[in-house]
Design a protein around this ligand. Structure first.
Ligand code: TYD
Ligand code: MG
Length: 454
């Protein structure tokens, strides 16, 4: 029987409800509410407490308080995604699938920050200290002065962190911690919430920059990091496709920086290597640039965060053996593929009705820019006509439902990156400035792209 002080938390979206229900009214998921005993229900602030409380003091914007200096860790891809280093007293969540490389990344961050003079602690509930040390040795970071501990009891962790002044603390992972205030087991939604809120409070009260690691699991057995997302200042997702060495760090929420920034890493035998020029990596072949490409491939000049990135988009269309043709997409939105196919069919007379379509973004990158429409369309046209795109050509532009090619932002940066990597032609929307060093073919309708390629 529920007690008065119980509240119910959604395992999927973290919404808090006063009453149990079969469905979460916030996210619509079924059977996902978990009881949290002891939490204060909304509006529980007693009048007696307010009597004793003192009023708060407001201060105006003008009053001088120096901006705290950011902690630059030295892993520049990580620092950039954070918005230019870590903010002291902030809390950050790094989430990702188990095995993607979160511990490896954070060990690197800790070690590099310590080598720059920061006081750093790395607390692991998953690995023994000796295991962490041997990993650090393999990654060539054994010289760094990082305080290591294997700990899971929240009370001990908080006591230690209050006693010792650290600049940066990593908790790997939040799902292994337990607080003796609650009876639920480690990893349960109640424990994850309680431990995260305690650690965030500690950070905010003039504590260290706190990084919490959270595993994402799809089966819902372990409380997902979604419940922690509301509490922290920034959420960084570490992503990687199985079978590819590339890892992408992407900001999902950031109170201190842009959320469209990405950091690219490559996993190797000795840890993660920062990839400062991702274009060369995502082009599908290392000598990239102007070599002849197969029919069905187009190089998209994209923008990820503040950086231009060239990516190869591959399309394959084959006669379908079944009644309903297949549409399979990796790294792009299947809804947008359906739209591009519909526009090609109805505005350009290029039918795909009885063909299977496969679309793949090389290198395991996920693209969500509408500017990729034209590149995907070019790859599809090239595949169905079995004609390669011109040598050294990049493509970008958004496609509208009436078949028009629409302008996209930062065209100059895209073209500059293409030139830097040896491309000399572009298929793109009409430009406001004609570039001098690249032969840009402006297209205002998708039908013109079909004419040029086929
Ligand atoms: P890890 O950082 O333990 O993942 P997470 O903390 O996200 O669960 O990384 C695990 C994977 O990374 C593992 O499959 C092995 C691989 N790896 C390397 O390939 N090279 C390395 O130098 C390290 C440390 C790990
Ligand atoms: Mg780990």
């Amino acid at each position: 029987m529920a007690r008065d002080s119980s509240q119910y938390i959604c395992r999927v979206c973290g919404a808090v409800h006063a009453k149990w229900a079969g469905q979460c009214s916030a996210c619509g998921e079924w059977n996902c509410l978990t009881e949290e005993v002891g939490g204060a229900p909304p509006g529980a602030l007693k009048p007696a407490a307010t009597k004793r409380a003192r009023g708060i003091q407001f201060e105006d914007l003008k009053s001088e308080s120096p901006e705290p200096a950011r902690l630059i860790t030295g892993v520049s891809e990580f620092d950039r995604v954070c918005g230019g280093g870590l903010v002291p007293g902030s809390a950050l969540l790094i989430s990702g699938d188990p095995g993607v490389g979160k511990s490896t990344l954070l060990l690197e961050v800790c070690a590099r920050a310590a080598l720059k003079g920061a006081r750093v602690a790395y607390l692991s509930g998953e690995e023994a200290v000796e295991q962490i040390r041997s990993r650090a040795r393999r990654m060539g970071l054994a010289q760094a002065d990082v305080a290591l501990a294997s700990a899971t009891a929240l009370r001990e962790i908080v006591a230690t962190l209050k006693r010792e002044a650290f600049d940066l603390v990593v908790i790997d992972s939040i799902q292994t911690l337990w607080s003796d205030v609650h009876e639920a087991g480690p990893g349960s939604i109640v424990q994850v919430r309680a431990c995260a809120s305690e650690l965030v409070r500690l950070a905010k009260a003039g504590g260290p920059a706190m990084i919490l690691v959270g595993h994402v699991t799809k089966d819902g057995q372990v409380a997902g990091p979604r419940v922690v997302e509301h509490m922290v200042d920034a959420v960084l997702n570490f992503e990687g496709e199985r079978g590819y060495p590339f890892r992408v760090l992407r900001a999902g929420k950031n109170r201190f920086g842009a959320t469209d920034e990405i950091g690219v890493f490559e996993m190797g035998d000795t840890g993660l290597r920062e990839v400062t020029n991702p274009s060369a990596l995502f082009l599908g072949d290392q000598n990239g640039d102007r070599s002849e490409r197969e029919p069905g491939t187009a190089v998209f000049a994209g923008i990820e965060g503040s950086r231009p990135v060239l990516v190869e988009i591959q399309a394959l269309s084959a006669p379908s053996a079944y009644g309903t043709p297949r549409r399979a997409v990796v790294g792009w939105d299947s809804g947008r593929l359906a739209m591009v196919l519909a526009v090609l069919e109805s505005r350009c007379g290029l039918g795909f009705g009885d063909r299977d379509i496969y679309l793949n973004v090389a290198g395991g990158l996920k693209i969500n820019e509408p500017a990729a429409d034209l590149a995907a369309a070019a790859a599809l046209i090239s595949s169905v006509c079995d004609v390669p795109l011109p040598k050294g050509c990049v493509v970008f532009g958004e496609i509208g439902l009436s078949g028009e090619v629409r302008a996209v932002g930062r065209a100059e940066a895209r073209l500059r990156e293409a030139m830097k990597l040896g491309f000399d032609k572009a298929l793109c929307p009409p430009l406001s400035h004609e570039p001098t060093d690249i032969a840009a073919t402006s297209l205002s309708r998708l039908a013109e792209a079909v004419e040029r390629i086929s």
